[in-house]
Design a binder for this molecule. Structure first.
Ligand SMILES: [Zn+2]
Length: 515
């Protein structure tokens, strides 16, 4: 018996052998049959829920190949300072923080997120003194939109132990007043440093926030996520596992470990081989970038790190935004291919934001997987146009050229950096327009089917999971999304407004919009 049968659907399956279908039948956790409406009469209906889709689109569940669940949880409970919530000056920030502080006992942490100096009237980051004026008796931590800069007020600086005498930690910069050497409260590249010193949400708050994240993701049709946080360690892995077992968090979770934590786990010979686990570890995140003109980690170090990861049978996932990092990853993978050929290790470059054509061909040849974020074009496009030099802007998120060069791609949102809604990403990948309508290299736009594929099958492949997820095919997990429209008839500029009517995960309806 099939417990769930969808018919009269316009199913876009992402299975090349049967790209379109009208009927999908589910038995247990798996897809049992995919066919046309005429097959319906062959199924016994007793005990089955039979859903007439009325010609609406049915898709494989969306997969977000790069995100940060923990940070999204904290984010969902923090005060928003985003320009889209009307925060357009430091005075706005001060007013919000001040009002928020009046609801909290003195001495308790205030967390606020999403400010962007680009949109602030003063065109600068707020500093400790601005925050002191708003809430002198509470430690305050603001997170920049990018997640890579933070601002602390004086009390918070004192609590985390940063003073004029504190040196910059590896990879981080403590901004200082040039006249006095006193920290201004603005901290760059210090997320991990802070995560160890600012108390995290208590267990009850954290669990409540993860439950909210769960609901949000399912309402967007996201049935599988790959967490790319470099702070991921054994402790987090266990927390994810417990949220999964307690059914606080339902989507499938694949986790990348931070490199340091991965080394600790190997040293202690702990269970890296967790393919059967509810939370499997498939990769290791390496944060690479240009710090004061040179690469960190340097090219040799990077090659060595990827080699260790490859040896453990895992994928390296390198944060690569600028050209020199992407080149260094190509060099490393090429070198490792010569030394020891492991078939398709599928190392990944995360973001791949600025990438000129010759590098695309190289990445394709080396089998490097790109995990990129089309929604950034929508949410950040206006800023890109104003701040990135024209010759670099030409190569921004060249998704069309990547596909033509044969690069394998998975889509993602990098939430909480931007909202996780995959339909915004799909629209942006097709249209290539910023939210204010400005075009961003429109010739790099791709077709609807490709955009859906990269948010499903392509994203599954980014974690070696294409045999079980990512398409509506018999035998795969029954993870499906029913939209409230026929997406193939919608003008691209309205795709982001399409809603998810139903989400099915493991054969269970986990989100249903009342119509
Ligand atoms: Zn990220």
């Amino acid at each position: 018996m099939c417990e769930l049968i969808f018919y009269n659907a316009r199913a876009i399956t992402m299975n090349p052998a049967q790209p379109l279908a009208q009927l999908v039948a589910i038995r247990g956790k798996k897809i049992f049959a995919v066919g046309d409406n005429s097959a319906l009469s062959g199924f016994p209906k007793r005990g089955s829920r039979v859903i007439d889709c009325g010609g609406k689109t049915l898709l494989p569940g969306f997969i977000d190949a790069h995100c940060h669940i923990y940070a999204y949880g904290e984010n969902i409970l923090s005060l928003s300072l985003s320009p889209r919530d009307g925060v357009l000056s430091i005075a706005d920030i001060q007013r919000l923080i001040h009002n928020h502080s009046r609801t909290k006992r003195s001495g308790t942490w205030i967390r606020a997120k999403g400010y962007d100096e680009f949109y602030l009237a003063e065109k600068r980051h707020p500093n400790r003194w601005d925050l002191d004026r708003a809430a002198p008796a509470h430690p305050v931590k603001l997170s920049h939109r990018s997640g890579h800069a933070h601002v602390l007020n004086s009390l918070a600086l004192k609590y985390v132990g940063i003073s004029a005498e504190t040196g910059d930690p590896p990879g981080g910069v403590i901004d200082r007043d040039p006249a006095t050497g006193e920290p201004t409260g603005i901290l760059y590249g210090m997320s991990e440093y802070l995560s160890k010193r600012v108390p995290s949400l208590d267990d009850t708050d954290l669990k409540q926030s993860i439950a909210l994240v769960n609901r949000r993701l399912l309402s967007y049709g996201i049935t599988s996520v790959q967490d790319a946080s470099s702070a991921n360690n054994r402790d987090r892995w266990q927390r994810f596992l417990s949220w999964k077992t307690q059914k606080v968090f339902l989507p499938r979770v694949t986790m990348m470990m931070g490199y340091r934590h991965f080394l600790e786990m190997i040293r202690e010979r702990r269970e890296l081989d967790s393919a059967d686990s509810e939370v499997c570890i498939t990769g290791v995140k390496i944060v690479a970038g240009q710090v004061t003109g040179s690469l960190n980690p340097g090219p040799e170090e990077l090659t060595r790190m990827i080699a260790v990861i490859q040896q453990a049978g895992l994928q390296a996932a390198v944060h690569g935004v600028e050209v020199p990092v992407i080149e260094a990853v190509c060099d490393a993978v090429e070198c490792l291919m010569k030394m020891c050929a492991r078939p398709d290790p599928r190392h990944r470059i995360e973001h791949c934001s600025l990438c000129p054509p010759p590098l695309l061909k190289r990445m394709a040849k080396l089998g490097i997987y790109v995990v990129t974020q089309p929604s950034f074009i929508h949410f950040n496009g206006e800023r890109y146009v104003k701040t990135i030099p024209a010759e670099e802007l030409e190569n921004i998120y060249p998704i069309g050229s990547m596909l033509r060069a044969g690069v394998r791609i998975g889509f993602s949102s990098d939430f909480p950096i931007v909202d996780p809604n995959p339909l915004v990403g799909i629209q942006a990948a097709i249209l290539r327009r910023a939210e204010n309508g400005v075009p961003i290299q429109p010739h790099e736009g791709i077709g609807l089917l490709d955009a859906i594929r990269l948010y499903t099958l392509g994203a599954a492949g980014a974690a070696h999971q294409e045999s079980t997820q990512g398409s509506v095919s018999p035998g795969k997990f029954a993870d499906l999304v029913l939209l409230n429209e026929d997406i193939s008839r919608i003008a691209p500029e309205h795709i982001k407004d399409v809603r998810v009517q139903m989400t099915v995960l493991d054969g269970q309806i986990v989100h249903e919009e009342q119509v």
